[in-house]
Design a protein. Structure first.
Length: 119
């Protein structure tokens, strides 16, 4: 199996904050990654956990459609990346009648899980 993929686009958190969490779980076994994300204090961990669970479900569904078996415990994160999404541009009042821009950053989360080779 090539690997199952899950993507979340325009998650309302800056890519920098997301990358702090995704760097911790990259390359991990899915069970270890889910445990780490569940007990992380970061808000990004909750969003990344949702995408990871979706990727696992996609792997199970792909195996079911291909009429093959898959060991969910043998899955690991082969590809976990956070890219920058479109910025929401807002303005806030400033001194002397001016307006200052605020960029509310968004993220695209992309996770691919697959089984370890040579079991």
């Amino acid at each position: 199996m090539a690997g199952a993929r899950a993507i979340q686009r325009t998650a309302r958190q800056s890519p920098y904050k997301m990358r702090l969490v995704i760097d911790q779980v990259r390359g991990m076994n899915v069970n270890e990654a889910l445990a780490l994300l569940k007990f992380s204090k970061k808000h990004a961990a909750k969003q990344i956990e949702k995408v990871l669970r979706s990727a696992i479900a996609n792997a199970e569904q792909a195996a079911r459609n291909a009429n093959t078996s898959i060991d969910v415990d043998a899955l690991y994160l082969t590809h976990a990346i956070v890219n920058e999404g479109p910025k929401l541009k807002r303005f806030t009042p400033a001194a002397m009648g001016r307006a200052t821009p605020i960029h509310k950053r968004t993220s695209h989360i992309d996770i691919i899980v697959s089984e370890k080779e040579g079991r």
